[in-house]
Design a protein around this ligand. Structure first.
Ligand code: ADP
Ligand code: MG
Length: 251
């Protein structure tokens, strides 16, 4: 596995799951196999794809250290060519995975490293130990942000969370803020985008994902957006963003 990407934001509905799904599919379409790891016990990629979530509790036991990390292979499901998913477990909601979950997750993904050049982790809408584990193992952290009031405050809280996990690591993670569900004709959106770009110039992604009804339509159809409509505006933005992510090197 060359790169692990965590998609995080404690706010519900900002486009984490949509971003994780479409980023992974853009890699797959580009001929680079991708694994989607669903840690979003709320409304994650497996639900969007219509992949049944297991009830065995295996994922929780792997992360809490009760099961061999290699068992993660049993959870892999194929979605479309080049794209596989490890669905979140029904038992994950409210489960305490403890503070060693990052080490277990690292071991589990190590087992799968040769099969996938990319792993994209969809995180829950919380800065909890699930998101903490995902950030700890990630090379790149993507923060989808909607242009709305308080976006600046919440973004700075998220960046502190990432910094706290990263600590004094020599090898810094690449962090990028991705504007999502962006309304072109809206002056508040433009103001928020300008403020964030001004405040975090080095962290601001070049891609902006526009608001696009095709996103919801594709979910209702149980397909990744890029399979449903490759030429949609949001679809093109995610392909663009995948290309951008491919250029990131560890800073
Ligand atoms: N670019 C977009 N344009 C329009 N709707 C979007 C877009 N991205 C996400 N959505 C919609 O917003 C809702 C929340 O998106 P989701 O990815 O599930 O957010 P999160 O995982 O952060 O809770 C979904 O109903 C989805 O269809
Ligand atoms: Mg989600």
């Amino acid at each position: 596995m060359s790169r692990i990407i965590a998609v995080i934001n404690p706010k519900e509905g900002v486009g984490k799951t949509t971003t994780a799904l479409n980023l992974a599919q853009a890699f797959a379409l580009g001929g680079q196999g991708a694994l989607l790891l669903d840690l979003d016990y709320g409304d994650g990629v497996s639900r969007h794809l219509g992949v049944a979530r297991p009830r065995s509790g295996l994922l929780v036991r792997i992360l809490s250290g009760e099961e061999d990390p290699a068992a993660i292979g049993l959870l892999v499901r194929s979605v479309v060519a080049g794209l596989d998913v490890v669905p979140c477990d029904v038992a994950a909601q409210g489960a305490d995975i403890g503070n060693l979950a990052a080490n277990r997750l690292r071991d589990a993904l190590y087992v799968l490293r040769f099969q996938y050049p990319w792993c994209v982790i969809d995180c829950p809408s919380a800065l909890d130990e699930w998101t903490r584990a995902a950030v700890a193992v990630a090379d790149t952290v993507v923060v989808p942000v909607e242009a709305e009031l308080f976006a600046r405050e919440s973004t700075s809280q998220i960046l502190e969370f990432i910094q706290d996990i990263q600590g004094g690591d020599q090898e810094k993670k690449v962090t990028r803020i991705l504007m999502t569900r962006y309304k072109d004709q809206n002056s508040l959106s433009a103001d928020v985008k300008r403020d964030l770009a001004f405040e975090y110039p080095g962290l601001f992604s070049q891609t902006v994902v526009p608001r696009d009804v095709r996103v919801r339509e594709s979910q209702e159809d149980g397909k990744p957006l890029l399979q449903y409509s490759l030429e949609s505006r949001a679809g093109r933005a995610y392909v663009q963003f995948a290309k951008e992510v491919m250029t990131y090197d560890r800073a």
